[in-house]
Design a protein around this ligand. Structure first.
Ligand SMILES: *Cc1c(COP(=O)(O)O)cnc(C)c1O
Length: 459
């Protein structure tokens, strides 16, 4: 008999979770104004809201926590992290920050100014926020095929080199702050970027004299996909691939809450000493002295260890297999999902799932509420609620797709949990004809409304 696949770890510490009744969930979500962000975590059985900062640290990471050096300057934990970053990314210089958006804030204080154009492959919300806050513009040059969620292509996170070159050609070089390459492409659904694409971006960047920054939150999942999908990389290790990816960049920003499997933390990596020095001043102002930058010594220790664990092939295989397991189970039941499955999450096409719910009534939010009611599972709406209103007309912006994201935390849930989620989603799918109405807004904040919005259920 062929032996089945098993995860390359065992469990040393557990946290109890409690299943609730439908009546309890109905009461809780109503009191939460039908907004899943307003639920207490105890009211959630399986939490797939995000994979950010929700991973389980290893025994070695917890061990490293106990040996953290909390010196203000020159802590050994800083040097331990510096060594790990050099080893895994090749970047000689680095600055710790409290998370990914803080890394963007510090680096963009040097690289981005009013009127700049920052092209890339679909900038993450906070990245775009930090660009627009500086009155600069983020231009999305992602390949067109990324918009077709049913199209099968191994690297739907890529930038379209033609679109990118057009932007570079049209923009005076002094207005090109940098190119931002996000790996994996989060906004496109955790889709990877190929090595060939990173190489092509580097060539264009050199031709037009623009620095390349890699937004690296999920660089290890990206490297895993290169290894398993791109010709010529099958025999290379994930770390060798990651090193090559970073070799095409001048710097990186990192949210360590994703692929480095820690609960908080981030950093910036630099090749150039001059850029590092300029950014250091902002780091001291916004984050902390250059050898701690908003992180405790113990957290830097755990991050150094997490960078190694997060780039192990066996771990990445189990992680991507688990995400794919969820995708395979629900798509086998008929649920419309994005393919290929992303590295960190499964995206359900809520528009096709609930075609009877009018677009003005937030179909993706209704679906997220139904999945919660069905099984106590928390997911995230990525649709009209999140897209907010047009700043000028104040009308709802309707994105091309109404999506519900099921993001899988790292090393937290077993395949039984995943099968439970698949069954709950399938149950909602089977009663979808009876869901004809959505929700109406009772109160909303002027921007980023989805976090705090209060809603009423319509029928
Ligand atoms: C999470 C994320 C960020 C922001 O990082 P935080 O740690 O949440 O501040 C930036 N870019 C990408 C691609 C991300 O996934």
């Amino acid at each position: 008999m062929t032996l089945p696949y098993c995860e390359p770890f065992k469990i040393k510490m557990v946290e109890s979770v409690r299943q609730s009744t439908l009546a309890e969930r109905h009461d809780w979500i109503r009191k939460a104004s039908w907004n899943l962000f307003n639920l207490r975590s105890e009211q959630v059985f399986i939490d797939l809201l995000t994979d950010s900062g929700t991973g389980a640290m290893s025994d070695k990471q917890w061990g490293a926590i106990m040996t953290g050096d909390e010196s203000y300057a020159g802590a050994s934990s800083y040097y331990r992290l510096k060594e790990a970053i050099k080893d895994i990314t090749g970047f000689e210089y680095f600055l710790p920050t409290h998370q990914g958006r803080a890394a963007e804030n510090v680096l963009f204080s040097v690289l981005v100014k009013e009127g700049d154009i920052i092209p890339g492959n679909a900038h993450f919300d906070t990245t775009k926020g930090h660009i627009e806050f500086r009155k600069a513009r983020a231009v999305d040059c992602t390949v067109d095929i990324a918009r077709d969620i049913t199209a099968v292509d191994p690297f739907k996170g890529n930038v379209d080199p033609g679109k990118l070159e057009q932007v570079l050609k049209e923009t005076p070089v002094e207005k090109l702050g940098c190119i931002v390459m996000t790996v994996t492409n989060n906004t496109a659904g955790g889709q990877p970027v190929s090595m060939a694409n990173l190489r092509a971006v580097r060539e264009l960047a050199d031709r037009y004299g623009v620095p390349v920054i890699i937004d690296s939150a999920r660089f290890a999942e990206n490297a895993f996909f290169i290894k398993t999908r791109e010709e010529g990389y099958g025999e290379k290790s994930v770390r060798e691939i990651a090193r090559e990816m970073f070799s095409y960049a001048d710097g990186m920003t990192m949210s360590s809450k994703k692929d480095a499997i820690v609960n908080i933390g981030g950093f910036i990596g630099f090749r150039d000493r001059d850029l590092f020095r300029k950014a250091s001043t902002y780091n001291i102002m916004f984050e902390g002295f250059i050898t701690y930058g908003g992180m405790s010594g113990r957290d830097m220790n755990a991050l150094a260890q997490g960078l190694y664990e997060g780039t192990e092939f066996d771990y990445l295989e189990s992680r991507t297999r688990q995400v794919a397991r969820l995708g395979e189970k629900i798509s086998a039941a008929g649920v419309p999902v994005q393919v290929p499955f992303g590295g960190h999450a499964i995206f359900i096409d809520a528009g096709r799932f609930l075609p009877l719910v009018p677009a003005e009534e937030f179909p993706a939010q209704r679906l997220a509420v139904e999945i919660y009611l069905e099984g106590g599972i928390r997911s995230a709406e990525i649709g009209t609620l999140m897209a907010d209103r047009d700043p000028v007309t104040r009308l709802n912006r309707h994105p091309e797709l109404e999506m519900v994201r099921l993001a899988v935390p790292r090393r937290v849930y077993t395949d039984n949990h995943i099968d439970y989620v698949a069954a709950a989603v399938t149950n909602v799918w089977e009663r979808r004809q009876h869901i004809t109405r959505g929700l109406a807004i009772r109160w909303e904040a002027p921007i980023m409304r989805h976090f705090t919005v209060e809603l009423d259920l319509l029928g």
